[in-house]
Each structure stands twice: as C-alpha cells, then as structure tokens.
Design a protein around this ligand. Sequence first.
Ligand code: MSP
Length: 644
Amino acid sequence: MSGTSRPKFYVTTPIYYVNDVPHIGHAYTTIIADVLARARKLADRDVFFLTGTDEHGQKVQRASAERGLKPRELADRVVVRFQDLWRDLSIEPDFFIRTTMPAHKRGVQKIFKKLKEQGDIYQGTYRGWYCVSDECYLSEDVPEEADRTKICPDCGKTAHLLSEKCYYFRLSAYRERLLDFYARRPDFVRPESRMNEVVSFVRGGLKDLVITRTTVSWGIPFPDDPDHTIYVWFDALHNYVTGVGFDENLELFRKYWPADIHLIGKDILRFHAVFWPAFLMAAGFDLPHCVFSHGWWMMGGAKMSKSRRNVFDVNLILKMFGPDPLRYFLIREIPIGQDGNYSDESFLHRVNSDLANDLGNLVQRTLTLIRKAFGGVLPDPDPETEADAKLRGEFGALKERVTALYEEVALTRALEDVWAYIFSVNKYLADEEPWKMIGDASRRGRLARVLTQAASAVRGISHLLFPVIPGSMRKVWAWLGEEKRPEDVLFRDLEFGGLVPGRNIQEPTPLFPRVALKDFLAAMTEPGAKETKEEAMEQVSYDEFKKMDLRVAHILKAERVPNTDKLLKLEVDIGTETRTLVAGVGDVYAPEDLAGKRLAVIVNLKPAVIRGVESKGMILAAEWQGKAKIAFYDGDVPAGSKIK
Ligand code: MSP
C-alpha cells in the first residue's frame, strides 16, 4: 500500500458495559465498525478502529455484588467474552480500551482537573431520580414531597430518588455554541432525522449536568476531591480520546483525533451528540466529524437485550455457520438507522438464498468448470464479444458505485448492488452455456473466454465483498490462485482483467453451508439456545467438586431486601448455626411461601455484601425461562445433611 500521506479514518463503537455478556445488539454495532474499517483500508485510508468496555459505575458494582465478586473480577471475566466474540466474528479492532486501564484514568482526571480550574465545573447538591439500569438521571423536576421511586420512562425499570453532594458541568453555557456548531455541520449527526431531534432538544434549553457521585465507589476519583467519583458516562465518553493516545501518546492522538465516525445505537444519541461535543469544546479539543446512530434489533416486538432475555446465543450461529453469514445478514437485512426484526427464518433465508444459492453457486460453478474443462489452468481466450465486454463494463460501473456507497456508509445498498451484478453474471453463464462447450475442440478459445470472464467477475465480486465477509472472500481469492489476499489490493487498483492466464485454479469446497429450516429451528429452540450462556462450562475434577460444602438448610424466616425487585433476605438453619443469605428469587417466590421450606445451600461460599446485607452462602436453584426454580426437599431431611 502507498506512502505516508494517506488520509486517516478513525472509527469507534460505544464501549460496552461489563455487567453482562455480549449479545447480538453489541455485535451489530461492532460489525458495522469493522466493515467500515476494512472498506476504508481498501480505499487507501490510514485507519484506526477502537472498541472496548465500560467497566465503572453503579450497574457493574451492583452486578458484581450480586455474584459475590469484586467489580474488577467481574470485569476481567466478562471482558474476555467480548474479546473472544469479536475474534470469532472476524472483528479486528486496532485497540481494545478498558476504562479501568491506568492510562484512561489518568487522561480523564487530567481533563476534569482542567475543566474545574477553568470554571466549567462547580460544586452543588443533586436531588432527583436515578435509573441504574440506564446509568441515567431522570430529567423530571422533583417536588418537595417526592416518591422515593419512579418508573424510568426509557427502560421501564425502577429509578430511585437520590440526594447527594456533587459537581456539575456548566452545560447550559454551551447551548449557543452547540446550535452554531450544528448549523455549520449539518452532517454531524446521521441519519438526518436524528440531527433534527438533537437540535430541537438543545433549542429547548440545557440544564447543567451532574458529573460526580459520592455513593458509588467504583469509579475514577474526582481530582482533588476523592470522596467523589466521576459519573460513569463522563468517564466512558472520554475513552474516545484516551483510546487513541490522549495524553500519553500524543503523536498517535494528533494523527487520528478527531474521530471520523462515532457509531452508536439510537438509545445513546444525546450523550454523544450533545454532552460529548460540549465537553470537547470545554476541553479545547476538535469535534468529531460524525455521530452515526443506528436502529435496534428487535425480537418478538421488543428491543433485544439480555435483561429482556430475548436474545439468542450468537455462539450457536457461529458454530453452525462461521462468522460471515451473521455479518452478512446484519448488514444486508436493514439499512443502518432503521430498526430490524430478527427471526430465525429471515436469517436462514439470507444464508440459503443469497449466500449459498446466488454467490456460493456462482463461485462453485465457475471454478469447477475451469477444473473440468482445462484441468484448472485457463488457456489464452478468444477476443471479447459484445456480451463479454458488457460484463466487464458493468463491473467497472459497479466498482465505482460500491466504493462510493461504502464511503457514504450505505452498506445495505452496496450489498444490493453487488447482488444485482451476481444475477447478471449468473444470467451470462446461463446464456452462454459453457458446460455445453466442454470437449468441443473448435470452441476451446470461446470456452476459455466465457470462463475467464466469469472468473474475473468472481474475483472482482470477492474483492468488493471482502469488508463484509472477509474470511470467505479470502478463500475465493486463494482458490483463484491469487498470490495476494484481497486486503493487499486497493479498490482503485482492482481491475476486471486482473486474472492472469496460466495460473492454477483450485478445487473449491462449498463456501456457505446450506442448512434446512427444520434443522436450524430445532437447534435454535433447544433448551438454552435462545439465551446467551453465562459461562462456557469447563470440566471439574471430583476433588474440585468436593471443595463445595453443600447442605440441606431449613428456611426460618424470609423477607424482602428494601428497594429491590427480586432480592430476599433469608434466615436459614444449616444444622450447626443460623445464617443470613440473600437470594435473587423474589420475583418468583413470595417471602411467606418460603418460610419452613427445606432446600440446598452452598455454605462455604465466600461471603458477599449484597445491598448492604452480608450473605453467607447461596441457595441453589434452576434457571428456567429467566426465572429461578428452587428444588425443595420434602419429608423430614434434617438441616445440615450433607449433599454430595
Ligand atoms: N456503556 C454505554 C456506552 C458508553 S459509550 C461512551 C452503553 N453500553 S451498552 O452495553 O448498554 O451498549 C449499548 C450499545 O449496544 C448501543 O448503543 C448499541 O450500539 C448496542 N446495542 C445494544 N442492544 C441493541 C439492540 N437490540 N440493537 C442494536 N444495537 C443495540 O450504553
């Protein structure tokens, strides 16, 4: 690839919370970013692609406490799940940032110190509701006599009234500058309809922002006042500058900042299109070129999310199909910006029809014919006829259009155009009927021409599709006897005639497995398949199992943990003593149903403090359809009986 003056391209994804494992929604944003990064590299851009994890805040702190872990331990476990999934989906970021990295923390503290010193940050007291699930303050004003809880209008979960000392960021002072910025840069937010939403929000007036917490210890300490931690969102947004070198690799930072595209889901638009530019203005940084907001993947009419439990196991699809079919489906099915509905049927239709039938067959047919007719080595072809020239010409026009569509982030349309060309090539073969020419010496030159044209088209198509389905297209290039990989050739150097005669064409294997709908549906509806599994199961030895002290316990008393939806505090008799346990079963069992029951408890689990209550042990229960099902002992098994 060429010299040093290549224009840069810096693309980011949101950084994902580590309270739970990744799902299809996270995969969607990250696949789009990977496709853009690959396409820009082929357009000779110097690319930096950043993704990572958002590890601080109340949500992660709470999730770790519920599992009896330290927040950092939970983060360390979950981060591997993200990194593994990205690898399995052929996603190749240039850097994976974790907000617990010391360089990120130092960068954030430096920026906040500057903002405080220059008067953009001031001290105050906040009173209002906070939704932990969204890590978000509700915008409503609070009357004197307010309810302690309120339903969050965005996610429907319970928000709690907070009253705490805090620091504020003077957002209200940035209203005019923001409006002026939007007017100068109408492309700052895409799609356009989202830009209008942002402008009317800012026109409506901006309140100063709470930027610190005193009741959340799991966060970056606020400079010179460590009783406060920085509110998780304003820690997280700054990953886009610290992840690209601020302020410890300034050469890298100067090269890539500002970001060319921040890809985000529409749920987090305000943070990126209003608050983030205001922070950047205050800190004196250049502003990003574009915040591109995509729609939601839904299933059964609701946004897919782990907490709604309407996600399926991405790993199951990967096991059956490899990464490319899912990458293709997510990009092809809906234009970025619209919502899409996932169904097993629509996924499989794309695989069997678009990938296996249209593309897979074309590749298979062309390469197999070359092997059959010429032992895999194409001889010199006859000159081009009009039909041959048309196929070549159409490719030239296609390349121009598709590279422009990649540039405009119109990925679905790029794929539609490539598929229209695949139809043309399939039609060309149907018209020319090369299979009828095999063995006819007088038509050898013509046969060589038809197959050269088809193979050239396959080569070109594979290059244009490389950003979306890289693994399979690399295979096709290798079968065609190319010494280079598709990523080693720039779009502008790609020519239809690039297929050199005389090279050895390999025997292809099926590119995309065709799977019968009933087999796919059966696999996807197996128990557990619709839910992302919490942990990959590894085998344990009997000695390891023996370390667990499992006992029958009698429940003496049960009551709800205040302000929680599903936590119960249980007093249990374990034979030798009475223990307090906290169990997340309150959404299924009422406290009065549990008193007097006998059940299994692990009594030598490390104690954990959950919502202020020390839990010394854990009850055992099955998880079924997202709810706990406790196995009770009937009869009179004494408390303390060993379970083994
Ligand atoms: N940690 C914040 C983001 C901080 S960025 C400075 C956060 N994390 S998240 O784990 O909740 O991930 C949110 C992102 O995941 C969404 O913005 C979107 O990109 C993606 N998606 C999560 N569920 C989704 C769907 N059902 N459909 C499409 N994308 C969605 O918010």
